[in-house]
Write a protein that binds this ligand. Structure first.
Ligand SMILES: CC(=O)N[C@H]1[C@@H](OP(=O)(O)OP(=O)(O)OC[C@H]2O[C@@H](n3ccc(=O)[nH]c3=O)[C@H](O)[C@@H]2O)O[C@H](CO)[C@@H](O)[C@@H]1O[C@H](C)C(=O)N[C@@H](C)C(=O)N[C@H](CCC(=O)O)C(=O)O
Ligand SMILES: Nc1ncnc2c1ncn2[C@@H]1O[C@H](COP(=O)(O)OP(=O)(O)OP(=O)(O)O)[C@@H](O)[C@H]1O
Length: 519
């Protein structure tokens, strides 16, 4: 059995646009007759083809999309847009062809035109950084809802249109999917949209055709060095969001050293925020109280503006994420006072604060008895460090960590993941995650080597299948201990040799607790 490939959301009532109008608008070269041809959508994948689509055949890492022109025609595509190499490949399909030098570069503007997304755009918020993008996005969406706005969200975990939720495939969808999603949101009268922007999205033109009202930077630390040659190249990919063609105003966290560089190298109006004592920023976050149920903080900004509120999550970093979301709203024109009022205690939200459910981000799975179990999406050394410290603060007993590493993804971070995990926990259970096409035994071996590099090593166990690993961790745990299972987060599958095998860490953790008698 393989897990379902997530749905691409499209407008339910797309309006047709003349293909000749597109050619005229962008001054495109073309082949074949455009007479009477109308397009209602655009896609770069035959897996998501609707009759009436313009199929964009672009060169990929594995193959050239134009190879699938015939398949696209059979699926109802009415025209193809491709490059010179693609034109030769797609010729036999008989579809009218629009020619561009680089289809990926053209996709954003063309999709915006097809779906008319930028004619009356919603308020657009974009967040980037190594860690915290999903968290900031959900917290910001939570506040927008508390302010009474119909909102939309595009994140690693889910896409939301008001109350409609679908599971995501990529963190940031391809530009054609992004504009289709925005068009669908417009049909639902969504007024503000929160978008998580990955570095890959910026490098691969996935947010082209959008101009964000407010963009934010969380932090930068070691990750994705399989996609980028080094940290500098990775940083430059993120920096692109803070230029006038992408964002109008920016909010930059100075909690990682790269924040200061974004401030210096960005060319849009910027405000800064920090939760690190001693760092000077326009907005400061001070932690008031850390409990197992929430983290309370005070945000203080220019003109002595101040707000004390809370996030329903553990850790200073989650408070920093909540504060960043608030400042993004202030930069968009909302009054801090109005935000404060929306976050006050109410019948639905008795404790007050930001009301948001973040799937698989330090999500507490356990009940009132037995060890506390959190399932988390952290998969980088910095995420491990912040989350383990947060768990430690609310744990009276030992901190047990269960984790594995992604196969076929940045292998250079594995030693550091192992080291940090061992440094900040008392017991480690090293297991498998998504092996993809790699040998899971050798991934675990590298993590074990990393754990041995810790200055204060923890007790290390190696248990191969994750179902057994969480059960082993629960067996080792006592009342008062906490288990952090990092890696799988919200995900509902494991990638084993390219096959998405249905799998839920949250369900496995619940089952393990139940079997151990901690119902
Ligand atoms: C490296 C990368 O980004 N690859 C993306 C790329 O795939 P590709 O270049 O290999 O495509 P290909 O298989 O050569 O196919 C070429 C073209 O033919 C099309 N095609 C292919 C076969 C077919 O039968 N029909 C068809 O239409 C494909 O849709 C594509 O347009 O184009 C595909 C179509 O949109 C993407 O799904 C795919 O993302 C893959 C799945 C991916 O894993 N990307 C990761 C690296 C990523 O982008 N991650 C970031 C960040 C995550 C994080 O922060 O942790 C994200 O934003 O998700
Ligand atoms: N501000 C932060 N600083 C450091 N670590 C963080 C921060 N916020 C969250 N984390 C950690 O990183 C993990 C991933 O968080 P989140 O999903 O919000 O980040 P992300 O940037 O969206 O990551 P991804 O793109 O991989 O989904 C969390 O589960 C937590 O362990």
């Amino acid at each position: 059995m393989t897990a379902r490939i997530p749905t691409v959301l499209r407008p339910e009532h797309p309006s047709a646009r003349a293909l000749s109008g597109l050619v005229e608008e962008f001054g495109l070269d073309y082949r074949g007759s455009l007479d009477g041809i109308e397009i209602t959508g655009v896609t770069l994948s035959t897996d998501d083809l609707h009759p009436g689509d313009l199929y964009v055949g672009m060169p990929g890492a594995v193959s050239h999309g134009a190879k699938y022109a015939e398949k696209a025609r059979k699926g109802g595509a009415v025209a193809i847009l491709t490059d010179a190499a693609g034109a030769t490949l797609a010729d036999s399909s008989g579809l009218p062809m629009l020619l561009v030098e680089a289809p990926r570069t053209a996709l954003g503007a063309i999709s915006a035109w097809v779906y008319r997304t930028m004619e009356h755009p919603p308020l657009l918020f974009g967040t980037t950084g190594t860690n915290g993008k999903t968290s900031v996005s959900y917290l910001l969406e939570g506040i927008l809802r508390q302010l009474g706005l119909v909102s939309g969200l595009s994140s690693t975990a889910e896409r939301h249109i008001g109350d409609l939720t679908v599971v995501s495939r990529l963190t940031t969808p391809e530009a054609s999917e992004m504009h289709a999603l925005l068009a669908r949101m417009r049909e639902s009268e969504v007024r503000a949209v929160v978008i998580e922007v990955s570095a890959q999205a910026l490098s691969r033109n996935r947010v082209d055709g959008l101009l964000f009202d407010v963009v934010a930077f969380t932090n930068l630390s070691h990750d994705h060095l399989d996609d980028y040659a080094d940290m500098e190249e990775y940083f430059q990919a993120k920096l692109a969001l803070f230029q006038p063609d992408r964002g109008k105003r920016g909010v930059i966290s100075l909690d990682s050293p790269y924040g200061q560089r974004v401030v210096e190298e960005s060319r849009i109006p910027i405000t800064t925020i920090s939760a690190t004592p001693g760092v000077e920023a326009e907005w400061m976050v001070e932690i008031v109280e850390e409990t197992a149920a929430y983290t309370e903080f005070t945000l203080t900004g220019p003109e002595d503006r101040t707000l004390t509120t809370r996030v329903p999550l553990i850790g200073w970093h989650m408070a920093a994420n909540g504060a960043l979301a608030i400042v993004m709203l202030v930069e968009a024109g909302f009054e801090l006072e109005a935000i404060g009022q929306a976050l006050e205690p109410s019948e639905d939200n008795p404790g007050g604060g930001i009301d948001a459910y973040l799937p698989g981000r330090t999500e507490r799975i356990s009940g009132d008895h037995g060890p506390t179990v959190y399932v988390d999406f952290g998969h980088s050394p910095d995420a491990f460090e912040q989350t383990l410290q947060a768990v430690r603060k609310v744990t009276s007993g030992r901190v047990i960590m269960v984790f594995g590493a992604d196969g076929d993804r940045d292998a250079t971070k594995r030693h550091e993941m192992g080291r940090v995990a061992a440094e900040y926990s008392d017991v480690l259970v090293i297991t498998d995650h998504h092996p993809r096409y790699e040998d899971p035994t050798s991934i675990r071996a590298t993590l074990v080597e990393g754990a041995a590099l810790a200055a204060s090593p923890s007790d290390v166990h190696e248990v191969s299948p994750p179902e057994q690993a969480i059960r082993a961790a629960v067996q080792l745990a006592k009342e008062g201990d906490s288990i952090l299972w990092a890696g799988p987060g919200h995900q509902d599958y494991r990638d084993i040799e390219g096959v998405r095998t249905p799998y839920s860490a949250r369900d496995e953790a619940r089952a393990a607790l139940l079997e151990a008698g901690w119902a």
